[in-house]
Design a protein around this ligand. Structure first.
Ligand SMILES: CC(C)(COP(=O)(O)OP(=O)(O)OC[C@H]1O[C@@H](n2cnc3c(N)ncnc32)[C@H](O)[C@@H]1OP(=O)(O)O)[C@@H](O)C(=O)NCCC(=O)NCCS
Length: 307
């Protein structure tokens, strides 16, 4: 069911530094990163601090679930990314310690909004250094994402807010494992799931049966010669969700995908019963709350986050 099994596990406060690093490294090659933080190579510590503060904020927010995936460490992982990781980065120390303790390291993460509605906000951490960012681009991109979600994702029970795998560990099935867990929750809940996906994520979502609803983008300019683009995608679990109108166009879900989803949902219901499903979802929310409390007690200092 939606229980977490290794190599997946709940994100914990001690993961925040590493999560920030994985986010920076994973999104570095994307046009989304180039658009939002075109100066990250000049100010890598600002970029890392931003990613870490974001990871902390979402971990502390009871409306979001945060999970991570672990793998055997690749000692040469830094050579797989164009992200500038300072050699004295605090996460390297935590990374070293975790490897010593467990021989495993966080290589990917996923955040989901579970309250049964598109949140209509893009949150940014307060008091974070922002020299890596271009605020005009940030504003326009957030507006675009929020408007696209407002138009197409309001009916989704599960919103995939964020998914990333460190480049040194990609194409090993980690993205799929993280995504599957969210899809399982959507199936349990018999709701559709939605995402505003970066270009770099579309192949994964497509391979997992998600459907493209609309594309959006910003034109290239002197700061970001590639521009930025992405699309709204949805994952349907109910037959009545198989066709409709979106972006002024008719759409139709492939029937094969839909049959498979419904078959899974039926089997899951038969296996453990409806009440158990409801209990499990409540349990999931409890875990999020207890994580938030732990975080409150052990919150990292600003110094830790800002390096
Ligand atoms: C998208 C991302 C999470 C995929 O992670 P991953 O661990 O490499 O994905 P998986 O190994 O589970 O891939 C599963 C399948 O998805 C498809 N896929 C994933 N990445 C792909 C790529 N770059 N090109 C083509 N197909 C791809 C393939 O079908 C793949 O199966 P295969 O390897 O057997 O061919 C990762 O590339 C990433 O972090 N990208 C940058 C951040 C991002 O775009 N996040 C999603 C935005 S919302």
């Amino acid at each position: 069911m939606a229980a977490l099994e290794a190599p997946l596990r709940w994100a914990e406060p001690c993961d925040i530094l590493r999560m920030g690093l994985v986010s920076y490294a994973g999104f570095e090659p994307t046009n989304f990163r180039a658009w939002m933080s075109p100066y990250h190579k000049q100010y890598p510590s600002d970029m890392l601090a931003f990613e870490r503060a974001t990871a902390q904020d979402y971990l502390a927010d009871p409306d979001y679930l945060c999970i991570v995936i672990e793998d055997n460490p690749n000692p040469d992982e830094v050579s797989f990314t164009g992200a500038v990781i300072p050699s004295d980065d605090v996460a390297a120390v935590r990374h070293g310690k975790r490897v010593q303790d467990q021989g495993r390291v966080v290589v990917g993460l996923d955040r989901q909004h579970l309250n049964g509605a598109w949140p209509s906000v893009c949150t940014t951490p307060d008091d974070c250094p922002t020299r890596d960012q271009y605020s005009d681009h940030q504003d326009t991109a957030y507006e675009l994402l929020i408007n696209s979600g407002d138009e197409h994702l309001k009916d989704c029970g599960v919103i995939l807010e964020y998914l990333v795998v460190h480049p040194a560990y990609q194409r090993r099935g980690h993205g799929q494992a993280l995504l599957k867990w969210g899809m399982e929750i959507a199936r349990i809940d018999q709701q559709s799931a939605g995402v505003t996906a970066a270009d770099s994520g579309m192949m994964l979502y497509g391979a997992m049966g998600w459907v493209k609803i609309m594309t959006y983008g910003m034109a290239a300019d002197e700061v970001s010669p590639e521009g930025f683009s992405g699309c709204v995608m949805k994952y349907y679990t109910q037959p009545e969700q198989t066709s409709g109108q979106a972006g002024g166009q008719d759409w139709q879900v492939e029937s094969e995908t839909n049959v498979a989803c419904n078959q899974d949902a039926k089997e899951a219901k038969n296996d453990i019963g409806v009440q158990n499903l409801v209990d499990q979802l409540e349990e999931i929310n409890d875990v999020a709350l207890s994580l938030a409390l732990t975080l409150e007690q052990t919150s990292l200092s600003e110094e830790d986050l800002a390096l």
